[in-house]
Design a binder for this molecule. Structure first.
Ligand SMILES: Cc1ncc(COP(=O)(O)O)c(C=O)c1O
Length: 391
């Protein structure tokens, strides 16, 4: 059952007789399901509305305003992620990547200098950053900070360590994995980061339910209706699009506009919904769906899964697969009822234009991300496998 219904207890009638959502019944101080999970692994963390805002606040205390500084980020990165750096007047400096998604260390070291404030690694698609040990040793030699960008992997645990907590700063996006309108976490794992951290007004959980929360509930109600209406109920399309997790916050417009639109605290609704999740169950379902995709794609030589194995503790964000003809593959997926599939990510213009980042550009055209969402029904997924026709 979809969780908006739990909110009914929070509907109240105001003096004018109009139903309104009052926050008094929504817990904001209680430890959430996600908090109980994260408390097992991290000492200091702070909630935000989006990963980018969390990154902004985490870095803000570290920036030396008197110098011009840079942060090294992988070229294989969505265009908007560098917006917080620009806001802090820090130069985002892209480093090249390998086809394995490991950094191209020769390129990375070439770009590093005494003005480098930090180097970012990324746990792509829920998996640990390939080549992390070498990156950590370069960062230690350079005596700069390490940012563990864990936007994709809030529930992934690698050999007992929660992904996102391996840098001096880490960020994680809750809203990408959970059916909540927004929500992210900043991890402060280094003492000097904690000492210098000053929460901006965007830190924390909003004290009241607002219009965007109400829009999200309305969207969920409509989706719930569509999913139970007889003509639609059996539609594989509805099951696989992942629409339920769709946020009401824009994903179109310029990177700067999108960053501005996502400048919010975590909403009360998100905190409430995150209170109700079972991380172990979500991780298990996503792992099961990941394995089904692997089994389906095993039959096709021209589809190359990005990850060969699914180590214990990893909670995949998607099943990424490489293909020479992403457009045709996506069209075939749509034909068998899998909508909303796309290549990833939308790269920055400066990356696309520069031949030094040729691998990142190629990966962004070839990697298609298949849904493993916990609401995707495994039987529906298996029927997709039966219907799929590919060379
Ligand atoms: C690798 C990576 N880092 C950071 C972010 C930013 O996260 P958010 O959208 O929560 O701001 C994204 C978003 O797509 C991402 O893919």
């Amino acid at each position: 059952m979809y969780r908006w219904q739990g909110l009914r207890a929070g509907f109240q009638i105001d003096d004018s007789g109009t139903p309104s959502l009052l926050v008094t019944s929504l817990p904001t101080q209680q430890p959430t399901g996600i908090e109980r999970f994260i408390d097992r692994y991290a000492d200091e963390y702070h909630f935000y509305g989006s990963g980018k805002v969390a990154l902004r606040d985490g870095l803000a205390g570290l920036v030396d305003g008197a110098r011009s500084q840079n942060v090294l980020v992988p070229a294989y990165l969505p265009d908007g992620v560098v917006e917080p750096l620009r806001e802090l007047e820090v130069e985002p400096r892209y480093y090249a990547v390998e086809p394995t998604l490991a950094p191209d260390f020769v390129d990375l070291e070439r770009r590093l200098d005494e003005d480098t404030l930090a180097v970012m690694s990324v746990n792509y698609f829920g998996f640990p950053q390939p080549g992390l040990a070498e990156l950590e040793s370069i960062v230690a030699d350079a005596d700069c900070y390490h940012i563990d960008d864990n936007a994709h992997a809030p529930l992934s645990v690698d050999h007992g360590t929660l992904l996102g907590t391996r840098g001096d700063i880490g960020i994680t996006s809750l809203w990408k994995l959970l059916p909540i309108p927004n929500g992210a976490i900043l991890y402060c794992t280094d003492e000097s980061v904690s000492d210098r951290y000053e929460p901006s007004p965007l830190a924390g959980i909003r004290g009241r339910v607002d219009a965007s929360d109400c829009r999200y509930i309305l969207k969920s109600v409509i989706q719930e209706f569509l999913d139970t209406a007889p003509p639609v109920r059996h539609s594989v399309d509805a099951l696989l699009t992942g629409r339920r997790s769709g946020s009401t916050t824009p994903t179109v417009g310029s990177p700067a506009d999108r960053y501005e639109a996502w400048k919010t605290q975590m909403s009360t609704l998100s905190a409430y919904l995150a209170n109700d999740i079972d991380p172990t169950e979500i991780r298990q379902t996503r792992r099961d769906n990941f394995r089904i995709w692997r089994h389906i794609l095993d039959d096709y030589d021209t589809l190359d899964p990005v990850f060969d194995s699914l180590p214990d503790g990893i909670c995949p964000q998607a099943f990424p697969v490489r293909t020479d003809d992403a457009r045709a593959f996506i069209a075939e997926l749509e034909r068998v009822g899998v909508d909303g599939v796309h290549t990833w990510p939308r790269l920055a213009g400066t990356v696309l234009e520069n031949p030094a980042y040729e691998t990142a550009t190629r990966l962004s055209r070839e990697i298609v991300t298949l849904p493993v969402h916990q609401h995707v029904d495994s039987a529906a997924l298996e029927s997709v496998g039966d219907a799929l026709q590919w060379e």
